[in-house]
Design a protein. Structure first.
Length: 315
């Protein structure tokens, strides 16, 4: 068994669903152009961090001296189909995106990647360098995931694996090790436009661009200002995030549920009591969401979203 094969076997043992390897070359011209056009058109909203470290974002070799390979990993987070009943509430509830019903994936995946690095170091020797990237690092991870054979980028702008669908967390290890590359898969959305039609606000444009200024996930999580009335109305009862473009995807229809039992799933976070959210203190918020992606919105952002949901419910 080659070192690359050993790494893949260990990654699966650690609970990852997908693993592929590519070189540390810059992303291809098509993906580079798509990213630069997206930024130039202002479709990144106020996510200024997407404009920072652009040379590193598009070239993994800029993140690690003597980088040779990138190990790309995917973790399926499709939630259980049968969930335990939510706790009873006397008031209206707000929906939470599927990914935020798990523990914070950044911390979980980083821990698993550190374990994988320990394994690789033992197998290949200690004189190699590694850098872990999980979402927050400046890296065009979807483009690299495509190049390593994990899937393709769909019209919903997410990585889609033909077997697992679009609900996949990504993580990468950039390394000075030279490993055998995998080949991209040949698949695409073809003529399907279900995700575009399902988007409540038109954030998924018919020209193929994603305008995050209209995206409910961006607005309820990243955006810190007041949401425009017409967009707030279309938010409905979505308290944190939006899954519509995932759920509309045909590849999601038969996707298996998350099989990693070590990845904590909270079956009481699918919906949250809106009035209770409005009464949370900072201490309450920190305690309840310490290990949750929901903390990303902050207490003020979550309360803003709760007020919008209540208004949309006529409360």
């Amino acid at each position: 068994m080659s070192l690359a094969e050993e790494i893949k076997a260990k990654a699966i043992e650690l609970g990852f669903d997908l693993v592929g390897i590519t070189d540390a070359a810059p992303i291809d011209n098509k993906q580079y152009t798509l990213l630069t056009d997206w930024l130039a058109l202002g479709y990144a909203g106020r996510m200024d961090y997407m404009r920072e470290n652009f040379d590193k974002r598009t070239n993994p070799a800029k993140l690690l001296t003597n980088a040779q390979s990138v190990i790309c990993l995917g973790l399926n987070y499709t939630p259980p189909k049968i969930q335990k009943q939510q706790p009873e509430s006397t008031g209206p509830m707000g929906r939470v995106a599927n990914y935020a019903q798990y523990e914070d994936y950044h911390l979980f995946i980083k821990k698993q990647l550190h374990t994988l690095i320990d394994f690789i170091s033992s197998a290949a020797g200690q004189n190699h360098k590694f850098k872990i990237c999980v979402d927050s690092a400046p890296l065009a991870e979807r483009a690299l995931a495509v190049r390593s054979g994990l899937g393709f980028i769909g019209k919903n702008h997410m990585l889609i694996n033909p077997t697992l669908g679009p609900q996949i967390f990504l993580g990468e290890i950039i390394t000075s090790l030279k490993l055998q590359n995998d080949e991209p898969i040949t698949d695409s959305c073809r003529s399907c436009n279900k995700c575009i039609k399902a988007c409540p606000t038109g954030a998924l444009r018919v020209d193929g661009q994603l305008d995050v200024n209209k995206c409910i996930s961006y607005l309820t999580i990243e955006y810190k200002g007041q949401i425009l009335p017409d967009l707030a109305e279309k938010t409905g009862d979505r308290l944190f995030g939006c899954d519509e473009c995932f759920l509309a995807c045909p590849y999601q229809d038969n996707a298996p549920v998350c099989k990693n039992k070590r990845f904590k799933f909270y079956n009481n976070k699918a919906k949250l009591d809106l009035n209770r959210i409005l009464n949370l203190t900072e201490a309450d918020f920190d305690a309840e969401f310490a290990d949750s992606p929901i903390k990303r919105a902050g207490l003020n952002g979550l309360k803003r979203n709760a007020k919008i949901c209540l208004k949309n419910a006529g409360c």
